[in-house]
Design a protein. Structure first.
Length: 287
């Protein structure tokens, strides 16, 4: 996760981690001065050494932090919500699972051929009991492919039922797709920043559950020189928080104009920048 992506976009920052690790270590020593802290301290030291080696391999990460300090510019901090709609049906069977079931059925047939009369009678009596206790239901399993799948309606949640869907939004620019996000302000909490802005941006009926308080990852994007002069920031650093869609409809409000629910494999239709696919492949679940 430390490999830098092209154009100044990279996943994480080793020097940022080293600073946060040293701060965490000193804070824990104040809170837990007893010997029981030795295990935690050892882990932090090992992590520091590991990331220090990664810094030596990728000096560009340290160079970026030095450039920020030399230019006397800060990062524009943002919080983004990865809103997931979990799969609603079991995934399709893999090829090896189908082969395994065929093998198990062949084993069962072989056993029945060599079964005794008492064993066969026991099996049929069990089936009769099941039919008596569990009569046939008037409905069957739902079709795995829905009408929205056939129409490729990406605003609907009734599609790709066996996969996770992720919410993307955009502003007027058709190429400005991104996860719902908000700009952090001094003294605020990173998770609370994006949590507070979700309903004003996406509608009051949206109900989302955040999974944990810390971000799962962050990304640093260096602005071009012209944008640095305009904004006064060296770039933006976006912290991503996992969340689960619970219920409600999406009604984007100004400045948002559109939204889609997409799978991980469909992200390539919306993120086409250099390094985007590498980052999101590592950030999101496979299914």
């Amino acid at each position: 996760s430390l490999l830098p992506a092209p154009c100044g976009n990279f996943i994480g920052s080793s020097s940022f981690f080293l600073k946060s690790t040293s701060m965490m270590s000193s804070s824990l020593k104040v809170l837990f001065p007893s010997r029981s802290f030795c295990g935690i301290s050892t882990i932090l030291r090992l992590q520091t050494r590991f990331f220090a080696k990664q810094t030596a391999i990728h000096p560009r990460l340290v160079l970026t932090e030095k450039e920020v300090e030399e230019n006397s510019k800060n990062w524009l901090l943002k919080s983004a919500a990865i809103i997931e709609r979990y799969p609603t049906i079991t995934p399709s069977k893999e090829e090896w699972e189908i082969e395994l079931e065929k093998y198990q059925r062949s084993r069962d047939v072989a056993k029945r051929r060599n079964a005794t009369h008492d064993e066969i009678r026991k099996v049929f009596s069990t089936r009769d009991e099941q039919k008596r206790d569990f009569p046939e239901l008037p409905f069957g399993p739902r079709d795995r492919t829905t009408e929205d799948d056939l129409n490729d309606n990406r605003k609907s949640l009734d599609r790709k039922l066996e996969f996770r869907l992720y919410l993307l939004v955009r502003k007027e620019d058709p190429n400005s797709w991104h996860f719902p996000q908000a700009t952090w302000s001094q003294g605020d909490n990173l998770r609370r920043t994006v949590e507070r802005e979700l309903r004003p941006q996406l509608g009051r009926k949206l109900d989302v559950y955040f999974i944990g308080n810390p971000p799962v990852s962050f990304r640093s994007i260096v602005y071009p020189e012209e944008k640095q002069v305009q904004t006064g920031f060296y770039g933006e650093r976006v912290f991503f928080f996992r969340s689960m869609y619970v219920t409600g409809s999406i009604r984007p409000k100004n400045p948002l104009t559109d939204y889609v629910w997409v799978t991980k494999s469909e992200l390539k239709d919306y993120f086409q920048g250099e390094g985007d696919q590498e980052f999101y492949n590592k950030l999101l679940w496979n299914r």
